[in-house]
Design a protein around this ligand. Structure first.
Ligand code: G6P
Length: 373
């Protein structure tokens, strides 16, 4: 078993370290000689993709958070209204779906029954369905019109890591491809994003080499934590929710992810002395108004005695004085930041669970793939 784990103590640890390769493999082979994206594997007429007037992403669990990231990117690049919905909610609420709706079903296993049922429902309404899936020939791609495979390789640990990052990458590729196809005004930006994507594997490597030990030491010191809140804004919001999910799944700690802007509308009542709050800070270089707003969230929780822990971009100058701990990740462009900011949160949950002597590969009560509704 140690050999299968590539010398790592758990499959999850191995899979976290597989992430640079998972991202690189998911990008590979999807460009034509002219450098433009080539996704004919999706098997849906270009004319249909050009006339799509709405995208609905359906998924469960971690895959749904990949979908949340996709929404920010696809709406920005393609100007196509995009919704994200949990597959089990979508199926039973009579959603508005037409022949002009593109449904994107995200699933690592391709066997999640809630997502299968949602795919069937969408197709019955005449929608085209594209699967984003990590398992060749599984039910969801077989029942969809087209498929964009993630090439993360088999994921054994129940809690998803490398599959999540590859799902996010596949969503970016889909968004950029639609933008390219529809001749959107963001053509220059597409090229910049594509070259940024190519740089992501090396940057994940840097986090694993440079920051993992700091996170491990921190997790060990905090193994008695009872409750952890996560805050993020814009694409940092789904990252916060994914960080909270990982901590629940692996370490059995009460954890919630909130949109940082929502803090003042309720969650701030939870803050008291010693409450750990992990805050994903947007780049100082990008949307500066958001950066300042999240910084003031840090000060607000800090003023109420919280233990503020920050994920920030290298070069960030505003957080050290308010945070008790800062985990730095390399710079990237705003919309791609989840590919980096998620990694320290995965490591944190895994190391905290390990410090509590829990089985990180097979947490209690969970299944890798839930094949019942
Ligand atoms: C289960 C797993 C989660 C996973 C979810 C969706 O609940 O425990 O880790 O995110 O299913 O799985 P899928 O295979 O559809 O991505």
């Amino acid at each position: 078993a140690t050999a299968e784990k590539g010398g790592f103590p758990s499959f999850m640890d191995k899979e976290i370290h597989d992430q640079p390769k998972a991202v690189a493999d998911t990008l590979r082979g999807r460009f034509g000689l002219d450098g433009r994206l080539q996704l004919s594997e999706m098997n849906i007429d270009e004319s249909i993709l050009k006339s799509v007037d709405k995208i609905v992403v359906i998924a469960c669990g971690t895959a749904a958070y990949a979908g949340q990231v996709a929404k920010y990117a696809i709406e920005h690049w393609c100007r196509i209204p995009t919704e994200v919905e949990l597959a089990h909610e979508f199926r039973y609420r009579d959603p508005v779906v037409t022949e002009k709706t593109l449904v994107v079903a995200i699933s690592q296993s391709g066997e999640t029954m809630d997502t299968v049922m949602a795919v069937r429902h969408a197709r019955e309404q005449g929608a085209k369905v594209i699967a984003i899936c990590n398992t060749f020939g599984s039910t969801i791609p077989r029942e969809s019109d087209g498929v964009l495979y993630t090439h993360a390789g088999p994921e054994i640990a129940v809690a998803s890591t490398k599959a999540f990052l590859s799902q996010v990458v596949a969503c970016y590729l889909l968004g950029l491809y639609l933008a390219q196809l529809r001749g959107n005004k963001y053509n220059d930006e597409i090229q910049v994003i594509l070259s940024e994507l190519e740089a992501i594997p090396g940057k994940i490597e840097q986090i694993l080499e440079g920051t993992k030990q700091q996170i491990t030491d921190f997790a060990i010191r905090h193994k008695h934590e009872q409750s952890v809140l996560f805050l993020g804004r814009h694409v940092g919001y789904p990252v916060a929710m994914e960080g909270a999910l990982k901590l629940k799944e692996l370490a059995y700690i009460h954890a919630e992810g909130f949109a940082a802007g929502e803090l003042k509308h309720g969650p701030i009542a939870l803050i008291d002395e010693g409450q750990m709050v992990i805050i994903v800070v947007p780049s100082q270089r990008g949307r500066d108004s958001l950066h300042a707003k999240v910084l003031s969230n840090i000060q607000e929780v800090r003023a109420r005695g919280a233990n503020a822990v920050v994920i920030a971009e290298e070069g960030e100058t505003g957080v050290e004085e308010f945070a008790s701990e800062v985990f730095y990740v390399p710079e990237t462009t705003t919309l791609l930041a989840p590919l980096l900011a998620t990694v320290p949160l995965q490591v944190f949950a895994m190391e905290l669970a390990t410090a509590k002597d829990l089985d990180v590969d097979q947490p209690r009560n969970l299944a890798k793939s839930v094949t019942v509704e």
